[in-house]
Design a protein around this ligand. Structure first.
Ligand code: BES
Ligand code: MN
Ligand code: ZN
Length: 497
């Protein structure tokens, strides 16, 4: 679907003008109030269904144009399968799939959130609305014209008919905050690197002030003073200055240690002097998906006033080849004091995260740290695009992340760490080198990060396969998926508030 979404809730009985969407099961029964809205059409449904071989199976739909006897110009009957308990397990997906049935030209849509045996519960209806909102997202700000036949109305009003409007609105408030966070993350990932360079990214992160997030921006002199030479080395070949942004949301008790989220924000990754091949290099505008997720997450948490203290930290750089760029063989002293031999300037994300992990760990003494990074192509080889790689020094944190992943559909798969892998990044000339060879590339990258984490429980999510270049799903049609916002919001909601 299309255009700006205007989402609203109304009682189930609301009469509909544009496209009307209702749900039915495999007995081809609709809910009692849906029945009333459909009038005589409800009785004719079985005959129409038979003629179209529609059985109410989940994933199927019946599409009627100009149906007789009702105001709607189109009726779409969405199948929920045999029992609504199964369909109800993933309401977000159902919401996305449902909107996916609506033709793009529609400007007015009414969706009756009723099962055959009565109104969907408030949380279910709100989840349905979340799926609708995520599905409706489209990044089209640089399209100045539409192809013939693909014209879209400027906005689409979607009304969800629900049993208890007030209760659904209340459930929706938290989901709306999360949806906005995902949209923000997707926008940042989709934005091209000529527009979104480190300073501009920092400016956009600073808009979270409006939501009550404290913002601190470190410029290059400030980073130099702190000794963030690993991060600064990555950005030194770019015409754009590097930035670190520290975001703080204090919704918890004053004395409580914060939890911390850290994002890789390489606004463009050419590889630097170890330059990447041209094929698909344009995708490297998305090498800041980790940072985008952290910003979207902070937005979500602050907007829904999460009862927790949170630090969000993002390292923003551009990795360019240049006369001033870092060379293979260079040795930098990281903020931790540990020295790093640069073997490959394309292994830059870990250099950015090294200083951030160290800084956040020392300064905020967080309960835990989770970093997100489009860190290695190797994680795509290992896990494809269905799971993000999860590395952790703490089993409890890892288990919670896996669980939150199953609940939200933003799945993570645990990968190993260990001293045998750690050896692979020892260096002849310095404390460590920034690559560990061809084998286990995602693991040696994670081992590298671990050297900058002391005793703090820590998890690293390699989102190279899930954060960008995303496959189309029921709830995402965007190149940048916004992966991690819903996952980490759930982690926080389930265990830390
Ligand atoms: N940003 C890339 C990783 C990446 C690859 C993200 C494909 C998304 C899609 C990262 O900075 C990188 O270049 N990693 C190298 C590491 C290597 C030089 C050790 C890689 O994966 O090849
Ligand atoms: Mn790289
Ligand atoms: Zn990179």
């Amino acid at each position: 679907m299309p255009g700006t979404l205007k989402l609203g809730f109304a009682p189930l009985t609301a009469s509909a003008k544009g496209v009307l969407v209702v749900f039915c099961d495999e007995s081809l029964t609709v809910g009692p109030r849906t029945r009333r809205v459909l009038g005589p059409l409800a009785d004719g449904l079985k005959r129409i269904a038979a003629a179209d071989h529609f059985t109410g199976k989940s994933g199927s739909a019946l599409d009627l144009v100009a149906p007789a006897g009702i105001h709607a110009s189109r009726l779409i009957v969405v199948g929920t399968g045999k029992d609504t308990k199964t369909a109800g397990k993933d309401m977000v997906k159902l919401g996305g799939a449902t909107l996916g049935r609506v033709p793009g030209r529609a400007s007015e849509v009414t969706i009756l959130a009723e099962w055959p045996d009565g109104a969907m519960k408030a949380d279910q209806a709100a989840d349905l609305a979340l799926g609708i909102t995520l599905r409706a997202y489209e990044f089209d700000r640089y399209k100045t014209r539409k192809k013939e036949g693909e014209e879209r109305p400027a906005s689409v009003a979607v009304t969800v008919g629900v049993g208890d409007v007030e209760r659904v609105r209340k459930s929706w408030r938290t989901r709306d905050a999360v949806a906005q966070g995902v949209v923000m993350a997707r926008d940042l990932v989709n934005e091209p690197a000529n527009v979104l360079y480190p300073e501009e990214f920092a400016r956009r992160a600073a808009t979270l002030k409006k939501a009550g997030v404290g913002i601190e921006i470190l410029d290059e002199p400030a980073m130099k003073k702190l000794g963030m030479n690993a991060l600064l080395g990555v950005g030194q070949g770019s015409a754009h200055d590097s930035r670190v942004v520290i975001m703080r949301w204090n919704g918890g008790r004053k004395a409580d240690a914060p939890i911390a989220f850290i994002g890789k924000g390489v606004c463009f990754d050419t590889g630097g002097i170890s330059i990447k091949p041209a094929a698909s290099m344009e995708d490297m505008k998305g090498d800041m998906a980790g940072a985008a997720c952290v910003v979207g997450l902070m937005h979500a948490l602050a907007t829904r006033k999460a009862k927790v203290n949170v630090v969000g930290a993002i390292g923003l750089v551009e990795n360019m080849p240049d006369g001033k760029a870092q060379r293979p063989g260079d040795i930098v002293t990281s903020m931790s004091g540990q020295t790093i031999e640069i073997i490959n300037t394309d292994a830059e994300g870990r250099l950015v995260l090294a200083d951030l992990l160290w800084h956040v760990g020392q300064k905020f003494k967080p309960k835990f740290m989770v970093d997100l990074a489009t860190l290695t192509g190797a994680i795509i080889v290992a896990l494809g695009v269905e799971h993000a790689g999860l590395f952790a020094n703490d089993d409890k944190l890892a288990e919670r992340l896996v669980k939150a992943g199953q609940e939200t559909g933003e799945k993570v798969w645990r990968m190993p760490l260990g001293p045998e892998y750690d050896k692979l990044i020892d260096s002849k000339f310095a404390d460590m080198k920034n690559t560990g060879g061809r084998h286990g590339g995602s693991i040696t990258a994670a081992q590298f990060l671990q050297r900058f984490v002391e005793k703090t429980p820590w998890a690293h999510l390699d989102i190279a396969g899930t954060g960008m270049s995303s496959p189309a799903t029921d709830i995402n049609r965007s190149w940048g998926s916004g992966f991690g916002v819903r996952l980490l919001d759930r982690l926080v909601a389930d265990y830390y508030e």
